[in-house]
Design a protein. Structure first.
Lengths: 190, 67
């Protein structure tokens, strides 16, 4: 018999809402920081991956779309994609791109460059996103971070959807940088 | 007499500890105690293979064990 669903089984709604809100007002992208800090705090304090295991709305979204809705081939992920080299390599690449994003934000904060109202998909394609920005009460740097962070979130969603369709629903979890990072924290803690 | 049964075995070296297996296990036989890899409680596992199908890294197999 299936266990009764708990409140945290519905967190995929939050993940979906987050992605939708970014189409209306880019400043909502700041909320995505929760998906960065909560797993890190849980792994650092409790020494486990409870975030991945229970609370990750993105993983739930993939298992819903790929599993329940059947939009996944359900094939094995290639061995190289689950290898440590790829997982740590992708984490390093992801963090490097994150630093570039922070640097661009800094440039806007300091006034050295202007705000770019674009969302960069897959670190390459610049999509105009000016409809979701109505000005900020604070520095334009605040908005630049939002555009950059939403780019990160949208890019990882697209990658996750592609690997969900090609392999198993939660294939993203295999190379998710947050998952790799929290596992690394748990390893060093124990 | 020895009884043969199928049990889920996890390649702990390659497990990413995502917890997909925990969600599908009808017997609550899987746990990720320290966030590094999943472990199957062999006493609870009935060898249904749901976790094998679900595991995104495909690191779970069913093995025949004698008990």
């Amino acid at each position: 018999m299936k266990a009764k669903k708990k409140w945290h089984d519905y967190l995929w709604i939050l993940s979906l809402t987050y992605l939708v809100l970014g189409f209306f007002n880019i400043l909502f992208a700041w909320l995505g920081l929760l998906c960065f800090f909560i797993p890190l705090i849980i792994s650092a304090v409790k020494g486990n991956k409870a975030y991945c295991n229970k609370y990750c709305g993105r993983g739930q979204l993939f298992s819903l779309i790929g599993g329940r809705f059947g939009l996944s081939r359900r094939k094995d992920i290639p061995a190289w994609m689950r290898s440590k080299y790829f997982r740590y390599g992708f984490l390093a690449f992801f963090l490097a791109m994150f630093l570039v994003m922070l640097w661009n934000t800094y440039l806007v904060f300091s006034g050295a460059s202007g705000l770019k109202q674009v969302v960069t998909l897959l670190w390459t394609f610049r999509l105009p996103w000016n409809w979701a920005y109505y000005g900020s009460l604070f520095s334009p740097g605040v908005a630049q971070f939002a555009f950059g962070f939403y780019s990160v979130m949208l890019t990882s969603t697209v990658l996750g959807l592609v690997t969900m369709a090609l392999f198993k629903p939660r294939s993203w979890c295999v190379y998710c940088p947050m998952g790799t990072m929290t596992q690394l924290i748990c390893k060093t803690k124990s | 007499m020895l009884k043969q049964q199928r049990k889920a075995k996890i390649n702990t070296e390659q497990c990413v500890a995502c917890g997909s297996c925990i969600r599908v296990c009808p017997r609550n036989a899987v746990a990720i105690p320290r966030g590094i890899f999943a472990l199957v409680d062999e006493k609870l596992c009935v060898g249904c293979g749901k976790c094998v199908k679900e595991c995104p890294a495909s690191v779970i197999r069913l093995e025949v064990v004698s008990i």
